[in-house]
Design a protein around this ligand. Structure first.
Ligand code: AHR
Length: 519
């Protein structure tokens, strides 16, 4: 591969404003995410605020999480919200049938989740139960949360400590209803959506955005058949009752989360980058039915998914289901994905990485009295300045590092027909906000540094500030023993700038460059 690679930035080709919600998160009652990752209870000897871990709150606050989805995932379609309100000692213990038959105490319910999201400043996003509950359950949950008047449900909310309505805006109508949410066909789900949505009301002062269950990965038939049914085969509901449509995309590995070869590194990054075609593919089908793009495209679960050992424990010895280690490789997947999202600022409204704590590609790993930030956490920190920015076209002219054929496992696990996985040596995105140009790029090559030539068309920039996320080993991760092995570099000032700038990208690195933009 050549050492010098090139990207071109086109400030005069705006794409759209970056929705802050694309940096959203997801917390599920799965493994150790909620207990003890988030909630330790009010009797815990660990520092907490109303039962929520203080170390978690302090670690997450700087990220200013824009939106947080809960309670699942697959858990959501087996969750009955009334179990999680009222005095904790009176709440029933249920079986978390989807996730390891764990005993679910319901200690963390609606009020606790809303307390958690409000303490973080995050907009709450509830996933409602369509698979195993009647429409009245979802109807009542919305009224309980959002009605300001004097109904019995609003009075019950008040007696449980919340005088004011919670004004929850985002409501998912089921989750993965093609699988754990009821094994429905798109037509069956469209009928269920129409029925459940009918009873989800906008109470005065609380307008709801109802989010329909979208496809897994490249299941374009789900998108077409759902939209076709909603548009052409329902007489009254039709598309006007759908505000959002949420796809899922996980990129998996067949090996370990911490041990991999250079070629396995490239393969996972390429699988991560494949989200580009998934986002644009689903939107182009939606456009056939919804040309004015009134229904917002969302990806409310995404991230890396590494294999689990027997009994749902990870290969690295963590005990929680799907608790996986998170290396520089996962960070590069996160960065590539957030760059893709910026480059689709015109069509993507929200995205939620799975999951916030201790599950899959988590931002925090928490055990006993310890809480550490993963490399993926640092990516979200690094990319924060993009929020609300105007995304502009970034053309990567970097060489393609083609990894060729996708493995059979990939094709099976992603329901995909995608047989080739191509990746360039450098991918990135750029936004402009308040006269500052912010560019993020990933050097996807595991061993070769790049000298990046950045050309700015019809503009230039100055007073550059450069921050880097990398490590001396592509397998580097943060552990409870060594929590700061992978972290952001201190900002470096540079007097370079103008129309052509040369930036050094170490192998396997993520770089953010910000500078004042001049016409
Ligand atoms: O995030 C873990 C699980 O992955 C979720 O519960 C489900 O929606 C998806 O299959």
């Amino acid at each position: 591969m050549e050492t010098v690679q090139r990207v071109v930035l086109l400030p005069e080709e705006p794409i759209g404003q970056v929705s802050p919600y694309i940096h959203g998160q997801f917390s599920e009652h799965l493994g150790d995410c909620i207990y003890p990752g988030t909630f330790v209870g009010t009797e815990s000897p660990l520092p907490h605020t109303r039962g929520i871990r203080q170390d978690v709150l302090e670690a997450l606050r700087p990220l200013e999480i824009p939106v947080l989805r809960w309670p699942g995932g697959c858990f959501a379609d087996n969750y009955h919200w009334r179990d999680g309100i009222g005095p904790r000692e009176q709440r029933p213990t249920r079986v978390n049938t989807y996730w390891g038959m764990a005993e679910e105490s319901n200690a963390f319910g609606t009020h606790e989740f809303l307390d958690f999201s409000r303490q973080l400043g995050a907009e709450p996003y509830f996933a409602g139960n369509v698979g195993s509950a009647a429409p009245s359950e979802l109807r009542d949950w919305v009224e309980y949360c959002n009605f300001a008047g004097n109904s019995a449900l609003a009075a019950e909310r008040r007696s449980n400590g919340a005088a004011e309505p919670f004004k929850v805006q985002f409501w998912g109508i089921g989750n993965e209803n093609w699988s754990c949410g009821g094994n429905m066909s798109p037509e069956e789900y469209a009928a269920a959506f129409a029925r459940y949505r009918t009873y989800v009301f906008n109470y005065p002062g609380s307008e709801v955005q109802a989010i329909a269950c979208g496809p897994n990965s490249r299941d374009f038939a789900w998108t077409r058949r759902f939209f076709d049914t909603m548009k052409n085969h329902h007489t009254s509901c039709r598309l006007k009752q759908v505000q959002g449509f949420a796809a899922h995309y996980y990129c998996g590995t067949t090996g370990s989360s911490t041990e991999y070869t250079d070629s396995q590194w490239l393969e996972l990054l390429a699988r991560g980058y494949a989200i580009d075609g998934i986002v644009s593919g689903h939107r182009s089908i939606m456009d056939e039915f919804d040309p004015n793009r009134r229904v917002k495209l969302i990806v409310d679960e995404w991230g890396t998914w590494h294999p689990s050992g027997p009994g749902g424990t990870s290969l690295e010895g963590f005990h929680g289901i799907y608790m996986q280690q998170n290396t520089l490789r996962d960070a590069c997947v996160a960065a590539l994905t957030l760059d893709v999202f910026n480059n689709h600022a015109d069509i993507l409204y929200m995205a939620n990485i799975a999951q916030l704590i201790n599950v899959l590609q988590s931002l925090l790993l928490v055990e006993d009295d310890k809480c550490i930030k993963t490399p993926t956490y640092h990516v979200f920190d690094l990319y924060k300045p993009h929020r609300h920015g105007q995304a502009i076209r970034l053309i990567s002219q970097a060489e393609t590092i083609s990894h060729g054929e996708a493995s059979e496992e990939h094709c099976r696990s992603c329901y995909t027909d995608q047989r080739t996985l191509d990746l360039q040596a450098v991918h990135g995105s750029a936004t402009i906000k308040d006269g500052v140009l912010c560019m993020t790029v990933v050097n996807t090559h595991p061993t070769q540094p790049v000298e990046l030539d950045v050309e700015l068309r019809q503009a230039n920039w100055s007073e550059l500030e450069i921050v880097t996320l990398t490590a001396d080993d592509i397998h580097a991760c943060n552990t409870f023993a060594e929590p700061e092995r992978v972290q952001l570099s201190a900002p470096r000032r540079s007097s370079d700038g103008g129309k052509h700038t040369r930036i050094q990208l170490p192998a396997a690195s993520i770089i953010r460059v910000m500078g004042t933009l001049h016409a």
